[in-house]
Design a protein around this ligand. Structure first.
Ligand SMILES: Nc1ncnc2c1ncn2[C@@H]1O[C@H](COP(=O)(O)OP(=O)(O)OP(=O)(O)O)[C@@H](O)[C@H]1O
Length: 214
């Protein structure tokens, strides 16, 4: 088929010109990536998200972050403290279980329960009246007082001080030892041979009030 060239047809020439112009315009619109660069297509939502993430955290947010951190630390300490306390408690329980620990506790309890005699007060037995001068000391199961025998005005007896050991009347029976001590001293007093009494204190008197044995 034989056709006319555009050079020969002015209408077609005009049409070609317009087409060329449109092509140029489209080329201008296109972005030509530089070597090594990449072009990605993102939506507006994604763009906003990216910008938000780039933004520095606000002060309040930082404070909240710090707070949660310290809270966590405090919780950790609390847990550690609780574990330590548990260990302490179990150790104490173990101590309490051992006979030595039990004895120590009983002694401590009995010491706490013990009422003390006041200086100057009188303790009466069946035979005598004793005036408390001062406390000499305390043992595991009783207190020892310096006492003076109260005597009649007419009596010409020499003033002498004695040691009086006391024990509470109330209390656990196995903790009451004074009775046994008295029995031993009475047995020793009966000894006829003097050398058998050498290392023991002499038992002078014994008695009992509502609160004490002495
Ligand atoms: N005859 C005494 N003269 C002076 N002080 C005394 C006399 N007897 C006891 N004491 C004092 O009183 C303290 C307690 O005496 P105690 O006899 O109760 O002691 P303990 O034998 O250790 O106690 P426990 O018999 O109750 O276990 C003594 O440590 C001592 O200081």
């Amino acid at each position: 088929m034989i056709r006319k060239t555009s050079a020969e047809d002015p209408a077609k020439q005009q049409q070609h010109l317009e087409q060329a112009k449109e092509k140029d315009k489209e080329k201008e619109k296109q972005v030509i990536p530089q070597k090594g660069a990449t072009i990605t297509c993102i939506t507006k939502e994604e763009k906003d998200k990216k910008e938000d993430s780039r933004k520095k955290p606000k002060k309040n947010e930082e404070v909240a972050k710090k707070k949660t951190l310290t809270d966590r630390k405090i919780k950790m300490f609390e847990v550690k403290g609780a574990v330590a306390n548990e260990r302490k408690k179990s150790d104490e329980k173990e101590k309490q279980k051992s006979p030595e620990g039990r004895r120590r506790r009983e002694r401590k309890k009995s010491k706490m329960r013990r009422e003390k005699l006041r200086d100057g007060m009188a303790v009466r037995s069946e035979a005598f009246s004793w005036k408390v001068i001062s406390r000499l000391g305390s043992g595991g199961f009783g207190d020892v007082y310096r006492v003076r025998k109260e005597k009649n005005k007419e009596s010409k007896e020499e003033v002498m001080d004695y040691a009086m050991k006391t024990e509470m009347v109330m209390g656990e029976k196995r903790l009451l030892r004074l009775k046994i001590e008295v029995m031993v001293l009475e047995a020793i007093r009966e000894q006829l041979k003097e050398d058998r009494r050498t290392h023991f204190v002499e038992l002078i008197d014994k008695g009992k009030t509502d609160t004490y044995k002495a």
